[in-house]
Design a protein around this ligand. Structure first.
Ligand code: ZN
Length: 284
């Protein structure tokens, strides 16, 4: 398959052809950076590890350049650091038994550029060979612009597909901003319990990101724990870990839905909820 960058890669842990690896994928994750998909797509990774016939494929968009480095990575050049991050993504694909790990290796600036088409073209090519039922990606309220670039370009690519080829579910999952604020009845609640060791192994694969003092492994699992406990004050926790997502499926099914209005509606509901609760108890 033709991808835009000459160094783009499709790593297939079990060695089947890339065509095979993409066409068998039932679940896919589209993320900006090496390490994003193991967070936003963990639910899908588990679904595939636990169900014969299901396969997870990760599509990582950035080239891994410009990442912070401290500790034992301080002396690494940009190129050496990129190699480390690409290898960490391949290692995670092995641990999570992915069907494939695609690394597109675009500069972040291209992903964030509204009119850039090279990332979009790669998405089009990948989706012409894959027919996933479920897709996990970044959510529309994420505060990292490169994450937003990925989800917006992905929505464009998915809307171009014939209706019968569009995935049934597209989830925008939390990373750089939690989704606890979303109205409870609008939250997609992804149960990621019962596999702490797998999560620890997948998140821990990204040593270069964690070693410098950003404990993404602890923070992610801590957020999943907090999501569960603080979701409902009136019942005991039935599951242990939950990840929250924004349902992006309506935007894919109905191409005319305005993306900004769609995100703003959730924010308006949150705003109204805060204001209504205060009004109820403040003497006018
Ligand atoms: Zn990221």
């Amino acid at each position: 398959m033709k991808l835009h960058n000459s160094n783009a890669e499709i790593f297939v842990p079990d060695g089947v052809t890339t065509e095979n690896a993409l066409s068998r994928s039932t679940h896919m994750g589209f993320g900006a950076h090496q390490d994003d998909i193991e967070i936003l797509g963990f639910h899908g990774i588990l679904e595939c590890m636990n169900t014969p016939g299901n396969w997870f494929t990760a599509v990582t968009c950035t080239d891994g350049a410009g990442s912070p480095r401290t500790g034992r990575y301080t002396a690494y050049s940009n190129e050496q650091m990129q190699e480390v991050r690409w290898q960490e993504q391949r290692n995670a694909a092995m641990i999570g038994r992915f069907s494939a790990a695609v690394q597109l290796k675009h500069p972040s600036s291209e992903i964030r550029a509204p009119k850039n088409t090279s990332v979009l073209d790669d998405f089009r090519n990948i989706l012409s060979q894959a027919n996933p039922t479920v897709i996990y990606t970044h959510n529309l309220a994420d505060k990292h612009d490169t994450h937003l670039g990925v989800v917006l370009k992905l929505i464009t690519a998915l809307r171009e597909l014939p209706h019968e080829k569009r995935p049934k579910k597209v989830y925008g999952v939390e990373i750089w901003r939690g989704l606890d604020w979303m109205p409870d009845d609008a939250k997609i609640i992804l149960d990621v319990s019962g596999a702490d060791h797998t999560a620890a192994a997948l998140l821990g694969a990204y040593d270069s990101q964690i070693a410098g003092g950003k404990r993404y492994d602890l923070a992610t699992m801590g957020r999943w724990r907090a999501n569960t406990t603080y979701f409902d004050g009136y019942s005991v926790d039935k599951v242990q870990l939950t990840s929250f997502a924004m349902d992006l499926s309506p935007l894919i099914m109905k191409s005319t839905l305005d993306i900004v209005d769609y995100a703003a509606e959730y924010i308006n509901k949150f705003r109204n909820d805060v204001i209504d609760r205060l009004h109820k108890q403040i003497v006018q």
